[in-house]
Design a protein around this ligand. Sequence first.
Ligand SMILES: *Cc1c(COP(=O)(O)O)cnc(C)c1O
Length: 460
Amino acid sequence: MSDRRRRLPAVSRLLEQAERAGLLEHTPRGLVTQAVRTVLAEARDTKTAEPEGGWLAAIRARLDRPRHSLRPVINATGVVLHTNLGRAPLAEPAQRAVAETLRYSTLEYDPVAGERDSRQQHVRQHLRALTGAADALVVNNAASALLLLLNELAEAGDTLVSRGELVEIGGAFRIPDILAKSGSTLIEVGTTNRTRLKDYALAVSPRTRLILKVHRSNFVVHGFVSEASVDELATLGRERGIPVVHDVGSGLLVSLERYGLRGEPLVRDSVAAGATVVCSGDKLLGGPQAGIIVGPEPIVARASRNPLARALRPDKVTLAALEATLALYHDPETALRHIPTLAMLTTNSDTLRARAERLAALIEGATTASGSSAVGGGAFPDAALATTLVVLPDPGAEALSQRLRAFDPPVITRIERDRVVLDPRTLADEELELVADAVRGTRGAGQGARDAGRGARDAE
Ligand SMILES: *Cc1c(COP(=O)(O)O)cnc(C)c1O
């Protein structure tokens, strides 16, 4: 295989070939480059020395291929966890793991023993090591993790929740609604701004099955506020024999405090503080959509046997991506470097400025200005990450951003003070030329993106 790989042509050589064949006359260089890269990657994956019909035909076919409805976009918004754009981009090893398990796989099979095995085995050891919990269970998303736990541990009984934690977390996910669906009765404790340990202690009754603590992911409260800590609740829970579930939401596995990002609980810290079960999701984990339950073996085993666990189980694509993502966390520095979400959140300002300047240099009239990026996805809600923006001088920002969205691939931007701005935090170096192409295309001859993108290609 390595021999074959060495024989594959360079991107630049194929680009020259494409240019000589006139492919760049109607199609932006960035798109052709992307097509070249994809065709090369396919040849590498299928271990072919050259595609049938030759390289040029393969590149042309790639450019003319029909677009799917679910397709890539370029995120120039600077919002790292953009829910509408699919939250976290997967790390390279996770992408590879997904591609490799798309056919038959060891999903529920131990090839050595020749026997059936649990699909959870692929992630369980990682989660135990990374969180300090005894056992783990992965389901479809964080909302379903909570639903499953509430149903298993508190159905037909009471669940105590602080009034200050009866939150809504985007897309109509509301704690009281999830509780109602789980079959548990919500008992509100304390007040909106202050809930003390004593409030929980007084609310405990023979019907109490669970104490639920919910992290306020997407907003912050200031002023006359107080809440009971996880370890206080854990002590109370132990005294009264009531499990404490902590919904931390984001799934943060490494501290980002030294990058100025504070206020999101680490799963490991919550386990260490004594929460019986911690549930979380994929947001700051930077992996595929998933819900993660960690806790003692007997409780995880019970949750696994609940019929809801079957209804909410993750598929092979999720598990392959999650296993590969978790594997990167055993060395925190590797995680920070190779998990795109973490890498983007911690990119230093010099790198961002340099990337902004490189992009601005590719676009006539563009300037740079300091600004801020958002974490997004309902995590670190009040964090403003310093960045350098590329400001497009064009008037009619709404129309321009719309034309950029009509490009192939769509370029999603932000508008600030009536100008379209591009935030390099969420752009890869390889995407800069494509973004510049898109901007040039939208300016050309008033025809908008179609001339720059597919329209012209279709006319060939
Ligand atoms: C985001 C969030 C959820 C829901 O997570 P999904 O993965 O979107 O289902 C639940 N709880 C908390 C605290 C959250 O922040």
